[in-house]
Design a protein around this ligand. Structure first.
Ligand code: FAD
Ligand code: FES
Length: 274
């Protein structure tokens, strides 16, 4: 059993942050890795990125968007409540090294996943430029945290209610036009956003890493649920990723596979709130 030591509702309560007491995971976790949790005995297993950790306090942080049955159940938990199982850290850590200037592009809840990676690149001595986006002002998350670990930060909103009006890809393209020292781009967010980021960075020939979010069940390479196609070859995101070279990812197939259970997921949520 893993205790929730802190709960914070972000972005109109649609995004929630939990600090969870998990000393063994906190000790080992590296940026880019994730956990698989089960809220209770009968709960489904879902993956969540380790958005941050405090090794000394034995705490890991997850930040999740409420999108369905399990995340709605998680939102109903309070500080002091327990999560039944937390397994991790899983997946390959982000490859972090000192390379110069790196550009981080995050959208929606993807910013939570990006934060730990951006922080690690900053700690490794890089110049970090971050672009974070959301649909509207109230959905912007981790602005202060990203500002703290970034040398430059641009915030975008689709509707222009805060920061730059438009998608993250617009300031991205501007940076790529104006700066010639960007060595690496990290992009995490909705599939369509990552796909568009990669289309732009391809033109400028800049290595681009994306973090993929296929359906995961066991998280250990056994079930095949998280199958993704990279450079025409099958990979399992839970053990070979979740980070991959964005130019090699088959985003269309990922999109298709992620929508296979949409109807069941909707029914499940409706049934659970009846
Ligand atoms: C490596 C990885 C890291 C992730 N990190 C985060 C994170 O930090 N914050 C966050 O908000 N979300 C994260 N996700 C997505 C998160 O796992 C899903 O939002 C969650 O499982 C939804 O469950 P649900 O029952 O609430 O919704 P459901 O109604 O069951 O599903 C809603 C959508 O969530 C996704 N999903 C559902 N079940 C799974 C599953 N077992 N594995 C993967 N995706 C699933 C699907 O796209 C689905 O359409 C991550 C996914 C992966 C693969
Ligand atoms: S989640 Fe089962 S193989 Fe990756």
């Amino acid at each position: 059993m893993f205790q929730i030591t802190r709960k914070q509702e972000l972005a109109k309560g649609t995004i929630v942050r939990f600090d969870i007491l998990a000393p063994k995971i906190a000790k080992k976790a590296k940026a880019g890795q994730f956990i698989i949790l089960r809220v209770n005995e009968t709960g489904e297993r879902i993956p969540m990125t380790i958005a941050d950790k405090d090794e000394f306090a034995g705490i890991i942080t997850i930040i999740f968007q409420v999108v369905g049955k399990t995340t709605a159940l998680m939102r109903s938990l309070k500080e002091g409540d327990f999560i039944r199982d937390v397994a991790g850290p899983l997946g390959r850590p982000a490859e972090v090294e000192k390379i110069g200037t790196v550009l981080m592009v995050g959208g929606g809840t993807g910013v939570a996943i990006l934060y730990h990676v951006a922080k690690a690149f900053k700690e490794a001595g890089n110049y970090v430029i971050s672009i974070i986006g959301a649909r509207e002002k109230d959905l912007v998350i981790l602005e202060n945290e990203m500002d703290f670990i970034s040398d430059e930060l641009v915030v975008t909103t689709d509707d222009g209610s805060y920061g730059y009006r438009g998608f993250v890809t617009q300031p991205l393209e501007k940076y790529l036009e104006e700066r010639y020292d960007i060595k690496l781009i990290y992009s995490i967010g909705p599939i369509i956003m990552m796909k568009n980021v990669c289309a732009i960075t391809k033109k400028y020939n800049i290595p681009t890493i994306v973090s993929l979010n296929p359906i995961m069940i066991d998280g250990t390479g056994m079930c095949g649920g998280c199958r993704v196609k990279i450079d025409g070859k099958i990979k399992f995101a839970c053990v070979d990723g979740p980070d991959f070279d964005g130019q090699l990812v088959d985003f269309n197939e990922l999109s298709k596979r992620n929508s296979i259970y949409l109807k069941d997921e909707k029914d499940c949520l409706l049934f659970s709130i009846k």
